[in-house]
Design a protein around this ligand. Structure first.
Ligand code: EPZ
Length: 440
């Protein structure tokens, strides 16, 4: 096989190959149980955060996805020693972290590489990281990250496709976020953990994965308070010793993906190992669309729907609003809903590419800027479609499962970045789905 673009080489290195497709034959109601993996957006921040530890720690419940694998490869390039205890657990020794220049060809392959800046700045007082990559959702500025680093005394330069940060001594300060930003909130938290004095982050993002990163750091010896609120206080400490084990929080977005799949397919799914509190915004919308949600014990939700979804209007917002990372998935429910619906995407400039793919399957969606209008149709029809980003890929899987006929999904590298064993999980719920290699 000869590849022509770096993307395909990256995909080949870190998971499968670019000729792989998902073949789905609809339509089938999804019924049964699924167990949710650890949260991608927590794991990709906790892994760089280990650079702040002058010691050894063990991380459990890591999702077995390509963003985690590449994060671990980068940490090893920087001098960390990683032992894989299982596909979902590592023990990492960061006592000998020596290099502060993250490999540019790898860091530009996903978004979360920017956390290396905060972690290396915090530990080594300097860092050089390639401009972050990630899903094409429109402009993805990092001005708030830089504002935070500069508030702590760092000098930050952006140019030649990389970001360089350095500082003699990090001194705690007050940082007001002009925009509610998950990445900037976590990055400033990372950079301030070992700073002298106290840092406050005002107008902080409150996502569950931010709380998980703070809990991880506190387990390793940090002193962070208020994570999950819009005001986070970090009292700088001398050192993080580690010598502890931490389990990554269950993935709110994966759980929400299966909740919405149950509604779209008129199925009945028990979603295990989830934190029901994190799913309240999705539960509200599932019920509004005519679905049913039952909490079973502390960590399982049963979601079922016996009818065509009702129309609904969605506005994506920072947590605890409706998550932008579930916008394409609920878009599938609205595409077949009884009536007309709208989605207003307030976070990203361009997160409606998936609607063109759904229209190939018979949907009637008009997307304009940050809004999309859905004229509910009775059914979708199988078609070859292309994943345009990670969550769009998951949405197209749901669409293929509820469509009449066969759907073939390409660009699986997006899906494999964020979902562990996704076809196996859907197959165990009754979906007719298999991964094929086009060459075959
Ligand atoms: C994180 O991206 C997630 N990625 C995204 O999930 C998610 O969509 C997003 O948060 C919002 O929840 C990871 O955690 C790896 P932001 P991030 O900084 O941190 C603007 C997925 O599917 N902004 O919260 O990059 C920005 O343009 C991915 O798992 C600035 O203006 O998002 C956006 O409009 C896709 N300046 C808004 O803030 C900055 O310095 C929110 O962005 C930073 C952000």
């Amino acid at each position: 096989m000869v590849y022509f673009t770096i993307d395909k080489v990256y995909y080949y290195i870190f998971g499968g190959n670019a000729l792989e497709k998902l073949l789905i034959t609809g339509k089938t109601p999804l019924k049964g149980e699924v167990t949710i993996s650890g949260a991608k957006n927590a794991a990709v921040a906790i892994l760089p955060a280990t650079l702040l530890i002058n010691g050894i720690c063990t991380i459990e419940n890591l999702p077995n996805i390509s963003d985690v694998k590449i994060s671990c490869k980068i940490l090893e390039e920087l001098g960390a020693k990683i032992t894989w205890n299982s596909k979902n657990e590592i023990t990492i020794d960061t006592r000998n972290v020596c290099c502060t220049n993250a490999p540019l060809d790898m860091t530009s392959k996903f978004r979360a590489s920017y956390y290396l800046l905060g972690a290396l700045l915090g530990r080594c007082k300097n860092a050089q990281v390639g401009m972050p990559g990630g899903c094409n959702l429109g402009a993805r500025p990092i001005d708030q990250h830089i504002k935070g680093f500069e508030a702590l005394g760092a000098n930050v330069e952006v140019g030649q496709g990389k970001i360089t940060a350095s500082v003699k001594k990090l001194v705690g300060n007050s940082v007001y976020m002009d925009v509610v930003s998950v990445g900037a909130t976590i990055n400033v938290m990372l950079a301030s953990v070992l700073a002298e004095g106290t840092t406050t982050i005002d107008n902080a993002a409150k996502e569950p994965h931010i709380v998980d990163v703070a809990n991880f750091l506190n387990t390793m010896g940090a002193d962070i308070r208020g994570a999950g609120t819009d005001m986070i206080k970090i009292n700088g400490v001398k050192e993080l010793k580690g010598n502890a084990t931490y389990s990554v929080v269950p993935d709110q977005i994966e759980a929400g993906t299966f909740m919405l799949a149950a509604v779209a397919s008129r199925g009945d799914i028990k979603i295990k190992n989830c934190i029901t509190k994190h799913l309240e915004p999705i539960t509200a919308k599932v019920i509004e669309m005519g679905g049913n949600v039952e909490e079973i014990g502390g960590d399982t939700l049963r979601v079922w729907c016996n009818k065509r979804p009702s129309k609904a209007n969605i506005k994506t917002l920072p947590y605890p609003g409706f998550p932008t990372d579930l916008q394409p998935q609920i878009g599938v429910c609205l595409s077949i809903a009884d009536g007309n619906s709208t989605i207003n995407e307030s976070i990203w400039e361009s997160r409606f590419q998936y609607t063109e793919e759904l229209n190939k399957m018979g949907a009637k969606i008009t997307a304009q800027g940050k809004s999309a209008f859905f004229e509910g149709v009775k059914k979708l029809y199988g078609s070859p479609v292309c994943a345009t980003d990670l969550r769009a890929g998951a949405a197209l899987i749901i669409a293929g499962i509820i469509a009449d006929g066969q759907t073939k999904i390409s660009n699986l590298q997006y899906i494999d970045r964020g979902y562990e064993n996704i076809e196996e999980k859907f197959r165990n719920l009754g979906a007719k789905i298999e991964r094929i290699n086009e060459e075959e």
